[in-house]
Design a protein around this ligand. Structure first.
Ligand code: ATP
Length: 364
């Protein structure tokens, strides 16, 4: 008789209860997370929230005040015991990734490698082939473009087969069009090498594009973790919605588990009577209708009630158009985005409805 037992894999990286203070201010506040081999976690948050400090503690260039770091289940650092940075088998890639200017591409990539010369050469060639730069093996960094240098830096970081790769805004020095391609190539290579990746970014698009898991960080704490889709569609508070897009907010008070608004009633299950709530929705979830003889579309249970607004400003942004409305009901401004070109003139009357299944109700 045999049993199929699924033992959860030991995480490649685990940090537990990491804390760091500077001048009495807690900059990293009880941060814990795990990353499996071959997985990419993006630490996403506004400037100054403690992302880089978290990364630096894992790299070992900054000491935590408390907390532990484990690699493949083995303790590598707590407040007493500490494996030095160079023995952590962790690769680093930063925005200012500076290659050594006086070393050839091959020597740059071989820099962290030990062992027989022929083996080192084979690894260098393997990686340069993977990043499609083998033809530059004997060139020097200044002979390469910024994007090419970035790929050499990636090859250099991966050469010693790090178990973990820490990346701090590694693509922010590249221009937009170059960036997407390099991001995708980098991701493919990291997966191939089965490295666990922790990538720090303040750009939601970058996190959505790269991450298997997003850890949303704010004021030193991880406030939400999950697959990009889940973090985007089930944000835990208003700030989490706002981090990924522009938002609209309606204010309302709850009576009988319902919040009454000019767009109709919204369900607020479990919210006590008399609680002030904010109904938060993204501009892409506003539907627009033309005015027909002073009237908008009829209310339906799915779409709710239409509210009248006057176009204040409209702009074409490339993939979509952004239209701002001054709303009749309280003079507030609501934003709607529409695919492609839609640039109605200021003063035009339209009727707005919101996709109720895409609205979030949070206590004010
Ligand atoms: N060595 C230090 N001494 C004092 N304060 C520091 C030190 N390092 C970081 N800080 C402060 O800790 C806070 C968090 O910094 P950190 O670099 O971790 O943020 P971040 O989220 O990575 O921001 P950014 O995206 O701007 O790099 C900041 O307010 C910063 O000024």
């Amino acid at each position: 008789m045999s049993f199929d037992t699924q033992v959860p894999a030991v995480p490649r990286l685990e940090i537990r209860n990491m804390v760091r203070q500077f001048d009495g201010r807690t900059v990293v506040d009880d941060v814990s997370m795990t990353i499996q081999a071959g997985q990419v976690t993006c630490l996403l948050g506004p400037s100054g929230c403690g992302k880089s400090t978290t990364l630096r503690m894992i790299a070992g260039v900054e000491m935590q005040d408390s907390g532990e770091i484990y690699v493949d289940g083995k303790l590598i650092c707590d407040t007493v015991f500490r494996v030095p940075p160079e023995r952590r088998e962790i690769g680093l890639m930063f925005q200012d990734f500076a290659l050594f200017p006086h070393l050839s591409v091959a020597d740059n990539v071989a820099f962290g490698l030990k062992g027989p010369k022929a083996e080192k050469r084979a690894r260098v060639e393997e990686l340069l082939r993977k990043v499609d730069l083998i033809r530059y093996i004997d060139e020097f960094p200044h002979q390469l473009s910024g994007g090419e240098q970035q790929r050499v830096a990636l090859a250099r970081a991966l050469a010693p087969r790090p178990r973990i790769m820490l990346m701090d805004e590694p693509f922010s020095g590249l221009d937009n069009r170059l960036r997407d391609g390099i991001r995708d190539e980098t991701l493919a290579l990291l997966k191939e090498e089965d490295t666990a990746v922790l990538l720090v970014t303040h750009e939601p698009e970058e996190a959505m594009r790269m991450a298997d898991e997003i850890a949303l960080m704010r004021d030193g704490k991880i406030v939400q973790r999950g697959a990009p889709y889940n973090v985007y569609t089930r944000p835990r508070d208003k700030a989490a919605v706002a981090f990924f897009s522009d938002i609209n907010i309606l204010e309302a008070r709850v009576e009988g588990a319902l919040a009454d608004t000019p767009f109709g009633q919204f369900l607020a299950p479990g919210v006590p009577d008399g609680t002030d709530v904010e109904i938060v929705f993204r501009p892409q979830h506003v539907k627009l209708d033309f005015d027909r003889g002073g009237k908008g579309p009829l209310p339906t249970p799915a779409a709710g009630v239409a509210a009248r607004g006057v176009v204040e400003r409209a702009r074409f942004l490339g993939n979509e158009s952004l239209v701002e409305f001054r709303m009749d009901f309280d003079g507030s401004v609501l934003r709607a985005t529409v695919p492609n070109v839609f640039v109605p003139e200021a003063g035009r009357v339209m009727w707005l409805t919101v996709r109720r299944d895409r609205c979030f109700v949070f206590p004010a």
